[in-house]
Each structure stands twice: as structure tokens, then as C-alpha cells.
Unconditional design. Structure first.
Lengths: 163, 769
């Protein structure tokens, strides 16, 4: 089948999609967007989290055909500019590197999208709010302490930039 | 030569910072931007997808395999069985060659690989796999390791056994000491099977190369050791297989054994096309070994004031059907079986056995984790029997520098355990839970309590872990460092084969180059086998070993630069150093910049770094200087337990760890946090549940790992008592916290509930029963 949708601001048409494919598979294997990660395919780990019409969703649980006419934003669409020196990371992305919230990094894209959404909704989240928002994203490396640091740092930077 | 899209490349290490600083990860920007090339992201024009047919039975004979229908399935390029293995048909992590590449006539565990399919779409491969017809004769699996020990011949599951290793430790006279003991405590303990549960499932890509060999992109912990096992099975010389590390999504021991490497190689050689294999989570639970489950019996005798006079210990580790690393896991359980305590009379019998249960091998803590849960539970039992505190009993028996381990090995570096315990105890305790917010209580937002039935408990745990490989193994590392002027600036290129599995070695290598060469610009080359072995990213050893190799290579480059400086400046100096990009003489000050000395010359040096030799444990007495280095961690856990429902909320975990030298505080804290979290997981939730050899919960829905709601805030106290033998005085740090957090959490639950809790993970029914 053919799927038409918007990904990271650009209108795309994808052909020869098998009906059983997920949005995650289509992004990773047909569109050269492997930033969203496949770690469980059951919606348990959150590594594949993307924005679907502005709402975070596990792309492994969304059938490719369901995004027809809709808007998807992946971790690749959070930074501005292209790869390299003119790339400007989102404050959430910057904070994850600086706070030491990235080890193996496999969970990172999903956590970044989820944290990005949290800070957009709740500019100054409490620790309890951060924990609740990120409870669906598994990380095996960090024990989450530095992830909390990263979200706090990103929130304070975004707040400072908004002033 | 074709390279995959998203192939690993050189990365520039950003920012500043030498040893002791916390510069940014060189791979950090790629990882947060979604552009880092993990093994599962590899993609090559015309590539096929490989899939693996696995055994549904724990033990069965294969009477026949019919692949014809699968082969005829449209889109399928190859279906292979053991008959198609081009070289040796068996391999093994410890070169035991007892594990078939693909099952031959029999399967010995659920999930054992039987056949391979290559197809143009992963779903095509999966459907074709379902068309492979196998006629089975299902056999009764061997699942009780005690039965195997009692009658190894009768319950032999493969040609090697039986019993994989029996390692005794004998010190003094336990029977005579038993007569003198004033207090005797005993217990039986059990540890369930824990899974590494790395987030990035097994994946990789193999492509035929122009020289008739293979280009392999794999995510592994030790590519040179992989190669030693892969090459003979593929019937290729090692130099025809070009290994490149693809991005690794966590490891924790689960990537020490091979997974898809030989299989993808077979499919690529057979089809002449690049083949990618990428396990899903379900397959991943069968695609790697797990932490050995353990059954342990302990008896300690002590004086009335809590000084241990003897230990009588039996540890049984179930390794499953193949050897993997059971030999060394058993050695660790034996040598570290009573932990960091001085005990004059010891009898330990540690057994590793073969069964038809899931295969077990390396996981963070490697044999020391299981023993640690038992010996720390015993320390608490002894404290109670003697009427002293958990901290007192540990301090009274604690090792320190100059003492002997159970193996007779003298602790030759600082081991200030008594002080560490005092520091853990002195840390402020968290305040009582604010019960006005229900999320602070056990059960959280599920609203299982508003504070009624909730009891607080505090517990301690201590772990002792060997750092680097033990028992005579020379796990050296190799580093190549190149210094040249690029764009007017002196630039160091660091090249090793060491696996960056997330721990931050990639950052540390750049820090060491900056410190040793006084340069800012450092580039890290991708890990491949164009440079010598780095050994495994396991046993907390890479800072020590590859750190040591990078340091040695930098020192050689520096010596050559100084020789060049003498030649350029027309005289000899014996007091030179490199600071801020300048060659500096202590007596004469700045002589020249590095770029002035180097000009267009390139200095490149390769060095191997070996740790001091160790000995095998004596087969009868267990004695010997078997360990390279030792790491200690102390945990204090605070928990709130809903004693009516058996729900546990860990409120805080505090850790005191001696790391010798803080090389990178940010990465180090991440290791302690992460190790602690895995220990918490084993304490209260993580277990692969097995019935009659079959796994009941191979998914993240049913195998639970800690979420951000389960992991409490941590308090860290990091000590730096240098180990004089180690580079920079450092001590490997990744594993010790994984040991001690489990018994600390369980001790805290015992403190809250008064229950014996002899098995981990602790489940609600253990608390309310």
C-alpha cells in the first residue's frame, strides 16, 4: 500500500508498505529514520516514542497505515539544521548529553521525545511529575538519576530562554 | 568495499578535559540526535534479512528436518541447517567447543538455534521459518541441578557432563572450629535467573568482501574473541574476516557469548549478499545467556561477640546446557564465596552444572552476585544472634589491606571496609514519607494504601568483586595512538578494539590522550580488528586495561616527540613535559609548540598493556593469587513496606565505594547508579521464570526491570584510595554496586517485616505469607 503523511515537517509518500508493518518499521526500514528504536515491540519500553499529531505515542504500536494524512515528529526532527556544525540541538537533547543521562543511548531517543513533551506541557515539573511522565520509558544503564538531572536542567534552560 | 549506511565512523571528542574531568561523551550528540549507528540500524543496498528457527522444547531429539517448503516460499534466498556449517560445527565462549552452531540431531534447551532463513523482508523470513517441518521426539529435561551433582553420569545432558566445575576452597579445620564456636547460624538461599535486559537487542550485518571473506558489523563485548570462535566455524582464516563494532545498546555480560555472528556469516557466504539479523525482544530472551540461578547452603560459627570462626558453604550454579562462562563464574563464586571478611576456617564447595534449563553465563557481577546475597544475609543473621548491629558485625570481620581472602591471596591495596561501613551508617537518613502524596507510598498511584500498614526498614549490604580477568588469564589490551598536525593543531587519534557498550570508555580514552599528550583535539577511531585485541568490556576492566594501553601508547608517542624535540632544538633535555600544547622544560620553560616540533611528521605508536600475572585456584584447596584487583562497595537501603499487601517501595539507596581514582565523575556516578538499579531489580522484581525447562515470561510485559518510579534517589560517597599497581591508581567500578544493592534492599525489607526472605527476587507473597 501507499502511505502519505508528514514526517518532521516534510510531506512524504511511501510505497510498497506491507499492511502488517508498524509506523516504527516504516520509519526505520523504509525512510532512513532509524532514530526511533526497536527494543520490545510491545509498547513496554518507550524506546520508539514519537509525536503523532503532537501527542507522544509508541510507534511500534501504530500500524503504518494509521498515519495516513497525519503528522509525525521523531527524535531526528527535534534538532534544527542538518547534521554537522550547523545543527542546533534542542535544549532537552543538550541536557541529556551534559547531565550524563546518555550511556548506551538506546533508550535515549524515546526518553528525549517524552521529556520534550513533558516540558512543553509542564514548564517546571516536580520530580514526581518527571517520574510519572517517564514511567513508560525503560533505561537499563543509568538508574535514572542522571535522566532526572537532564530533565530538570532542560526545563530550567527552556524557562530561562523564554524570559 | 561497500560500507553500510550509518556505518560507525571517526568521532571527534568535544570539549576539554583530561583525566579527572567530566568532558562530554564523544558519541553523545549522535545518540541524542538519533543518528548514532546501532547494530540494528545498519542497512546496505540489496541486503537480506536473516531469521533463526529455535527449539520450542527444552530437550528433544530431531528425527528429521524438511526445509523444502520454506525454501520454495517466495522471497526466500536460503534455508540452512547444521549440514551447511562450512567449518567446525561447534564453538564455545571458553573455547570448549560444546555448543553446536545449529542443532545436530538433538536440542538441549528451549530456544536453541536449529535452522536459518534469509529473505527479502523480515516477515517473509519469519513465515518461511514456520514452514520448516521438524519431527520431534520430546525427552524429559534435566532441570534439578542437585540431582546432577548427586549422579552426574545419569543426568549428563551433553558430552562434557554433568558437572561443569567443582571448585573447593579449604582453609584451616572447619570441623575443629565448629567445636569451639559459641554461636552457630545457618541458612539456605536461592537466587532466580536474572536477565541482562540490555535495551538494544542482538543485531548485526555480514557482507561478502572482495577478498572472498566477510565484513562483519556486530555489537559485541570483545570482537577478537568473537573472531576466534567465528572463523573456524565459517571455515575462513581470521584475517579474511573484517570486524567492525556496530553501536552497542548495552551489554552487561549478555554479549560475551556469540549470538547471530556465525549465523549471519553463513547466510552471507551462502547467498553472496549482505545479510542483516536483528532479534526482537522475545528472541533476545533466548538469544543470550542469563545470570546463573543459585542454590546455596551456608553455616557460620562465631564467638559470642560476632567474630566468625568458620564458614561451611555450598554453592550450586545452574549453567544450562552449554559451558559458556560457567567455569569462571563458578571460580568467582568459590573465591568470593564469603565476601570481604576474614575467616580462619573455611570449607566452600562451589559447583557449576549442566542442565536443560536456560543457558547461563556472564552478567554484571559474574558469580559474585549470587554468593553476595547469601553471605550478606548470613552477616545479618549473625548480627541478630549475637545481639549486635549489622554494621558492627561487618566491621568486626571486615578485611583491610594486608589481610587474606579465602583463597589465601593477600589484599595488597587499600580496602577500608570498616571505614566505608561507618560512612554509610553516618549518612543522614531520609525523612518519613510525606503521606499526603500517595505516590510516595508503596503501591503509589494504584492507591493501595494511605499509610496504613506501611513500615520502614533499613538494611546494609557489602560486595567484593574481582576486577579484570582472574585465574591466570592474560586479558591484555592494545592501543594505537597517532599524533599529527591537522589544520594547524596537534591532533591525537586513538584507535582500540575495545567495546564501548555505554559505560563511557570512549570518553575516557580521549581524556587520557589529553592528559598524556597535552593536546585538546582528540579523535576516536571506530573499534575494529585492524588493531590488536582490547580484551572484553566486562569484569569492570576496561578503564584499567584499555585505559592502561592508551596511557602506554601515549607515553611512547610522547617519548618519540621529545626525541624529535631534542633533534630539532639541537640538544638533549631530560626534564620535558607536554602542557597546553607546548613542549615545556622544567628548567627552561616553554621550548616550542607541539606543532613546531612535529611539523609534517606523524608519530604513531601501538602498545599492549598487561596486568600483573595471576594464578589458577588450586583444584583441591582453592588457594592461589587468583585475582588482579578487588573492588568494594557498601550500600544502605531504606524501604517502606506495605506489610499487609507485600508491596515494597525503595525510599533511598546510599552507596559508599572506593574507586582508587575518580577518572570521570559523571560517568562513574552513572556506573554506580546503573549497577545499583540492576541490583534493586534482582532484589524485588527481576526473574526469568522457568517451568520444566521452559521460559514463562520472555517479554518486557512479564519480565520486569526497574522503571524511574521503582528507582529511588541515591546518595553517593566515593573514596579515592589509590591502587599502586593500577594506571592512575584507579579501581574498576562498574560491578561492585550491582553486588551490594541486592542484599541491602532485602535486609531493609527484613528489617521492616521480620520475615526470613531467603530468596531473590522477593515477591509480595514472601512478605505476607
Amino acid at each position: 500500500m501507499r502511505v502519505n503523511f508528514t514526517v518532521n515537517g516534510s510531506k512524504e509518500t511511501v510505497d510498497d508498505v506491507w499492511e502488517g508493518e508498524s509506523l516504527l518499521y516504516m520509519l526505520r526500514e523504509r525512510m532512513g529514520l532509524p532514530g526511533s528504536k526497536n527494543a520490545c515491540e510491545q509498547g513496554e519500553c518507550g524506546s520508539c516514542t514519537v509525536y503523532l499529531d503532537g501527542v507522544p505515542a509508541c510507534s511500534c504500536l501504530v500500524a503504518a497505515g494509521q498515519v495516513e494524512g497525519r503528522e509525525v515528529r521523531t527524535v531526528e526532527g527535534l534538532a534544527t539544521g542538518s547534521t554537522g556544525s550547523d545543527q542546533e540541538l534542542d535544549p532537552v537533547q543538550e541536557a541529556f548529553v551534559e547531565a550524563g543521562a546518555v550511556q548506551c543511548g538506546f533508550c535515549t531517543p524515546g526518553l528525549i521525545v517524552q521529556s520534550h513533551d513533558l516540558i512543553n506541557r509542564v514548564p517546571d515539573p516536580s520530580d514526581a511529575e518527571i517520574r510519572e511522565a517517564l514511567a513508560g520509558n525503560l533505561c537499563r544503564c543509568t538508574g535514572y538519576e542522571k535522566i532526572l538531572d537532564a530533565v530538570r536542567l532542560a526545563a530550567s534552560r527552556k524557562a530561562a530562554a523564554a524570559k | 568495499m561497500a560500507t553500510p549506511v550509518k556505518a560507525p565512523g571517526h568521532v571527534a571528542a568535544p570539549g576539554k578535559g583530561g583525566v579527572g574531568d567530566s568532558p562530554l561523551r564523544p558519541d553523545g550528540t549522535l545518540k541524542v540526535a538519533g543518528e548514532f549507528a546501532y547494530a540494528s540500524d545498519l542497512w546496505m543496498d540489496g541486503m537480506l534479512w536473516g531469521a533463526t528457527l529455535r527449539s520450542p522444547h527444552a530437550r528433544a531429539r530431531i528425527l528429521s528436518i524438511d526445509i523444502s517448503a520454506a525454501l520454495a516460499h517466495p522471497g526466500v534466498h536460503a534455508v540452512l541447517t547444521h549440514e551447511d556449517v562450512p567449518g567446525k560445527k561447534h564453538y564455545g565462549l571458553d573455547l570448549t567447543e560444546d555448543q553446536p552452531v545449529l542443532a545436530i540431531g538433538e536440542v538441549r534447551h528451549q530456544g536453541e538455534p536449529i535452522a536459518l532463513v534469509a529473505a527479502d523482508h523480515p516477515e517473509t523470513a519469519r513465515r518461511a521459518m514456520e514452514k520448516i517441518a521438524i519431527e520431534w521426539e520430546v525427552l524429559e529435561p534435566v532441570t534439578d541441578p542437585r540431582k546432577v551433582i548427586a549422579d552426574p553420569e545419569k543426568y549428563k545432558v551433553q558430552r562434557l557432563g554433568g558437572i561443569t566445575r567443582h571448585q573447593p576452597v579449604r582453609v584451616g579445620d572447619v570441623d575443629a572450629a565448629r567445636e569451639r564456636a559459641e554461636v552457630v547460624v545457618s541458612g539456605e538461599y536461592e537466587v532466580g535467573i536474572q536477565d541482562q535486559a540490555f535495551l538494544g537487542p542482538e543485531a548485526g550485518l555480514a557482507a561478502p568482501s572482495e577478498d572472498g571473506g566477510l565484513d562483519m558489523y556486530v555489537s559485541t563485548q570483545w570482537m577478537h574473541w568473537d573472531l576466534k570462535q567465528i572463523a573456524p566455524c565459517l571455515g575462513l582464516p581470521e584475517d579474511r574476516i573484517h570486524m567492525t563494532m556496530a553501536g552497542v545498546g548495552g551489554a552487561f555480560g549478555g554479549r560475551e557469548d556469540l549470538s547471530m555472528q556465525i549465523h549471519a556469516g553463513m547466510l552471507a557466504l551462502h547467498t553472496g549478499k549482505p545479510v542483516k539479523m536483528s532479534y526482537n525482544r522475545y528472541e533476545s530472551f533466548f538469544g543470550h545467556v542469563h545470570r546463573h540461578p543459585a542454590q546455596m547452603r551456608y553455616e557460620y560459627g562465631a564467638t559470642r561477640d560476632g567474630r566468625i570462626v568458620y564458614a561451611d558453604v555450598e554453592i550450586i550454579l545452574d549453567g544450562g546446557a552449554y559451558t559458556s562462562s560457567t567455569l569462571n563464574v563458578t571460580g568467582n563464586a568459590a573465591s568470593l564465596g564469603v565476601g570481604p571478611y576474614v575467616i580462619p576456617n573455611i570449607r566452600i564447595d562451589a559447583y557449576g552444572v549442566y542442565t536443560n534449563n536456560p543457558p547461563c553465563g556472564a552478567m554484571r557481577g559474574f558469580g559474585a552476585v549470587q554468593a553476595c546475597f547469601a553471605y550478606e544475609s548470613m552477616m545479618d543473621k549473625l548480627a541478630e544472634a549475637c545481639g549486635i548491629t549489622p554494621v558492627q558485625v561487618r566491621q568486626r570481620n571486615a578485611i583491610s589491606q594486608g589481610d587474606k581472602l579465602a583463597t589465601g591471596q593477600i589484599v595488597d591495596a587499600p580496602a577500608p571496609l570498616a571505614e566505608m561501613l561507618a560512612r554509610a551508617e553516618a549518612m543522614p537518613l531520609p525523612p518519613p514519607a510525606d503521606q499526603s502524596d500517595i505516590r510516595n507510598l508503596p503501591g503509589g498511584a494504584s492507591q493501595t494504601t494511605h499509610g496504613e500498614g506501611v513500615v520502614r526498614g533499613v538494611g546494609y549490604g557489602v560486595g567484593l568483586k574481582n576486577i579484570c580477568f582472574s585465574e591466570g588469564f592474560d586479558d591484555y589490551s592494545t592501543a594505537r595512538v597517532r599524533l599529527e598536525v591537522i589544520g594547524g593543531e596537534p591532533t591525537a587519534l586513538v584507535h582500540t578494539a575495545a567495546a564501548e557498550v555505554g559505560q563511557g570508555l570512549v570518553t575516557l580514552k580521549a581524556q587520557i590522550a589529553r592528559t598524556e599528550l597535552g593536546v585538546q583535539k582528540v579523535t576516536i577511531a571506530p573499534a575494529d580488528n585492524q588493531v590488536g585485541s582490547a580484551g572484553s568490556s566486562s569484569a569492570s576492566r576496561q578503564s584499567y586495561m584499555t585505559g592502561g594501553a592508551v596511557k602506554a601508547a601515549c607515553e611512547a608517542v610522547r617519548a618519540e616527540l621529545f626525541r624529535l624535540a631534542g633533534w630539532r632544538l639541537g640538544r638533549e633535555f631530560d626534564d620535558l613535559s607536554l602542557v597546553g600544547g607546548k613542549v615545556v622544560s622544567r628548567s627552561e620553560g616553554v621550548l616550542a609548540s607541539i606543532e613546531e616540533i612535529l611539523g609534517d611528521k606523524v608519530i604513531e605508536e601501538t602498545r599492549e598493556f598487561h596486568h600483573h600475572p595471576t594464578q589458577r585456584m588450586h583444584p583441591v584447596t582453592g588457594q592461589g593469587n587468583s585475582h588482579t584487583q578487588l573492588g568494594l562497595c557498601v550500600h544502605r537501603a531504606v524501604v517502606d513496606v506495605d506489610v499487609e499487601l507485600g508491596l515494597v517501595k525503595v525510599v533511598e539507596l546510599a552507596a559508599v565505594q572506593d574507586v582508587g581514582k575518580i577518572m570521570n565523575l559523571l560517568s562513574l556516578e552513572g556506573q554506580i547508579h546503573g549497577g545499583t538499579a540492576q541490583g534493586l531489580g534482582l532484589a524485588v522484581m527481576e526473574e526469568i521464570v522457568v517451568t520444566n525447562g521452559l521460559v514463562r515470561n520472555p517479554s518486557f510485559t512479564d519480565y520486569l526491570i526497574p522503571t524511574i518510579l521503582d528507582m529511588p534517589p541515591m546518595r553517593l560517597d566515593i573514596l579515592e584510595n589509590p591502587d599502586p599497581k593500577a594506571p592512575y591508581g584507579l579501581r574498576g567500578a562498574g560491578e561492585p554496586p550491582t553486588l551490594s544493592s541486592t542484599p541491602a534492599v532485602v535486609a531493609a525489607i527484613r528489617d521492616a517485616t521480620g520475615k526470613a526472605l531467603t530468596r531473590v527476587p522477593v515477591r509480595p507473597e514472601h512478605i505476607v505469607s
